[in-house]
Design a protein around this ligand. Structure first.
Ligand SMILES: Nc1ncnc2c1ncn2[C@@H]1O[C@H](COP(=O)(O)OP(=O)(O)O)[C@@H](O)[C@H]1O
Ligand SMILES: [Mg+2]
Length: 233
């Protein structure tokens, strides 16, 4: 579904991603872990075209090189994003947030308001509330729901559990499991190790703009050296 090959991304003179490669196979959840500031969000930004890599061997989405494409083309092709910090529109209602970027997607699209409200009853109840009146957990649900309204085949989720209480972390986990069962491919950026280990088929650990460990979740669970060195566990 997604293949990132040796990307190098800068902010001005600041060299952030130093040769990152990874794949998200169709229907899988791939987790990217790492401490604050190592470049996780920069990778998400590079993939979806907010910050284009200065050098790369290509970013292939459904076998098309999207490296030079603008974000709206990439979204149109079927990539969705749940940005870090949620970024819902504070002065728009829940329903307006959902319909604003809605699209039928690359494959006709099964997500519409009705199905979204089925999966997120809390949003149905609050459909007329403004974004800034929602709790953190509700805003996170809205951010996920809004991304689904573009009918993506690949979803980039940047720290979806950040700042959420345990019960809500579980709710986000249930949503991810459900989406995976429906065949969605997901790149899950996380700082919550146990959550990522539970959700992912494969995990990568990033440090200083490079991937320093890749394995099954089971293997990472046992790698105390990697966890203490790169994840502060
Ligand atoms: N817009 C920006 N301009 C300049 N530097 C940035 C910008 N965004 C992030 N950085 C820097 O790039 C590095 C990686 O940041 P980021 O990708 O946000 O890391 P993470 O998501 O892993 O916490 C950090 O050193 C950060 O300060
Ligand atoms: Mg980040």
């Amino acid at each position: 579904m997604l293949r990132v090959e040796d990307i190098h991304t800068y902010y001005g003179d600041s060299y952030v991603l130093r040769g990152v490669s990874l794949e998200v196979p169709q229907g899988s959840v791939i987790a990217l872990l790492g401490r604050n500031g190592v470049g996780k969000t920069t990778l998400v930004r590079s993939i979806i075209g907010f910050t284009q890599p200065r050098e790369s061997k290509g970013i292939f989405f459904k076998d098309v090189d999207i490296t030079q494409k603008p974000t709206y083309d990439i979204v149109e092709m079927g990539m969705g994003i749940v940005p870090q910090g949620r970024r819902v529109f504070p002065s728009l209602s829940v329903e307006e947030n959902l319909t604003l970027g809605a699209s039928k997607g690359a494959e006709g699209g099964k997500w519409n308001l009705e199905r979204i409200y089925e999966l997120f009853p809390v949003l149905a109840k609050r459909s007329n509330h403004r974004g800034n009146k929602l709790s953190g957990g509700e805003q996170q649900m809205l951010a996920v729901a809004r991304a689904l309204m573009t009918n993506p085949q690949l979803l980039l989720m940047d720290e979806p559990t950040e700042g959420l209480a345990p019960l809500l972390v579980r709710a986000v986990g249930d949503i991810i499991s459900h989406l995976k069962e429906e065949g969605l491919s997901i790149l899950l950026v996380e700082q919550n190790l146990s959550f990522a280990l539970k959700m992912a088929d494969h995990v990568h650990v990033m440090s200083k703009g490079q991937i320093v460990h890749s394995s099954s979740p089971q293997e990472l669970t046992e790698r105390e050296d990697i966890k203490s060195r790169y994840l502060g566990v």
